[in-house]
Design a protein around this ligand. Structure first.
Ligand code: SF4
Length: 234
């Protein structure tokens, strides 16, 4: 089954353990106001590729991949059939597979896909259901349902959240996020990611407003402090 691929990063270091081949799939049903990859939103954008073609490129990069392969986006669960085929091929060749998702969809292939996924990078947008709905139009119940499913399977998870100053950097909220992450034994990491505005030119090029263009970036020292106080790595 062909997939729609936005871009490929052959030596990624930010999406899972080690140096990884990262495939950014096209299409996302969300419109996060800080999204770094607005070029991935349109479902009909990007290029069409077969899973076998991706595998061929990954094989060539294999000597440099100390980690494995991450499927990101966009929202990879939007192309769960393609993701499943690619991960099945990768597992047949013993690659470590990571799925970077907001958990906003429950495609029929999800169970089979999790069978061939070694690690889930789960983006919990906000820990409070009302904020999650208001800011992202997303029911928090969806990522929580995925998290419970991963706990049942004892599948390793890294929870991630982008921290935007003045929005979700308050102590109470971060404590709640830490409490949620700490209550699942499958969660091996809580990573707080700094809000950055490097993506602003992408919005300009696409003729789209950057909703959080007026927000402050998370300073490096503050990011370190928050990660030390609330995040964890097991
Ligand atoms: S889920 Fe990810 S790709 Fe989709 S809009 Fe949000 S940040 Fe962007």
């Amino acid at each position: 089954m062909p997939g729609r691929v936005s871009s490929l990063q052959s030596l990624g270091a930010a999406d899972g353990p080690g140096v990884r081949f990262v495939i950014f799939l096209q299409g996302c049903p969300l419109r996060c106001p800080y999204c770094h990859n607005p070029e991935t939103w349109a479902e009909n954008g990007g290029q069409t590729m077969e899973a076998g073609e991706c595998l061929e490129k990954i094989r060539r990069a294999r000597p440099y991949l100390s980690g494995g392969v991450t499927l990101s986006g966009g929202e990879p669960l939007l192309q769960a059939g393609f993701a499943l085929e690619l991960f099945q091929k990768l597992k047949a060749e013993c690659f470590h597979t990571a799925l970077d998702t907001s958990g906003c969809l429950e495609p029929p292939e999800l169970g089979a896909l999790l069978d061939v996924t070694d690690l889930v990078l789960l983006d919990i947008k906000r820990v409070n259901a009302r904020d999650c709905r208001r800011e992202f139009g997303l029911s928090l119940e969806l990522p929580l349902r995925l998290l419970r499913r991963l706990e049942e399977r004892n599948k390793p998870v890294w929870i991630r959240q982008v921290i935007v100053p003045g929005i979700n950097d308050k102590e109470d909220e971060l404590k709640d996020l830490r409490k949620l992450a700490g209550s699942f034994s499958c969660v091996k990491r809580l990573e707080l990611l700094p809000f950055r505005k490097l993506c602003a030119p992408k919005y300009a090029a696409l003729g789209l407003p950057f909703p959080y263009g007026d927000k402050e970036e998370l300073r490096e020292d503050r990011h370190r402090e928050l990660q030390e106080n609330y995040g964890f790595i097991m």
